[in-house]
Ligand binder design. Sequence first.
Ligand code: DGL
Length: 231
Amino acid sequence: MDARPIGVFDSGVGGLSILQALRAELPQEHYVYVADSGHAPYGERDPAHVIARSQAIATHLVRRHGIKLLVVACNTATAAAIELLRQEWPELPIVGVEPALKPAARLSRTGRVGVLATRGTLASAKFQALLASLQDQAHFALQPCDGLADAIERQDLPAIDALAARYIAALSAGAGEPPGAIDTLVLGCTHYPLARAQLQALAGPAVTLIDSGAPVAQQARRLLQAGPGLA
Ligand code: DGL
C-alpha cells in the first residue's frame, strides 16, 4: 500500500464529518487534517479569501506532508476553489464536496427538498449550475444559514439552537411556493452534520436529512483505486 497520507481540510471542525466517513470507508489510510480556524468562517467571506486559503493549505499539504490525495471537506471551498486547485496540481487526485441535491431529488417523495448551506455556496456558479441541472426533478427551497457554522465551530449550543430554529422555520415558510411539505433536507455545509440532532428535532421525524460524507468517501476510494495519472 502507498503509505503517503490523504490530506483533508475545512475552515474548521466541519470537515471532521467527512473525515469520519473517510475513516469508515478507508480505515487503513493515514490522514492529515487541517482546520483553518484562524481564517474561518469561509461561508460569508469573499470568494477570493476562500481561494487564497485553499491554495495555501493545498500547498502546505503537498509540500510538507507529501499527500497522495486531497479532500476539500468544505462545500464553500469546493465551490470557490476546486477548479483552480486542479489546474495548479494536475497530478494530484482531488475530491470535493457538493450539497447532495442529486440523491435528495431521487429520495424525495413529495418532490420538495430543503437545502441548508452557506451564503457563499448558494451564490457560487458551481452550485447554480448543479441546481439548474436538476430543476425538472424537484423543487429546491434554499436557505443560507449565516452564523450557523460559526456557532457550531464555537460549540455555542444556545446559538446553534436559535439559528437552527430560525432557518428551519424560514425554510418551511419559503417552501410554500409551490405549495407542499419538504420531506428531504440537504445539509449543504460540512459543519451541519455536527448539529444533526438539533436539526432533525426541529425538522421533525417525517424529514430525512442528507449529507455528503459517504459519497465523498466512495469517490476517494475510486480515485485511489484508479491510481496515478488516471484520476
Ligand atoms: N464547512 C464549510 C462548508 O462546508 C464552511 C463553513 C464556514 O466556514 O462558513 O461550507
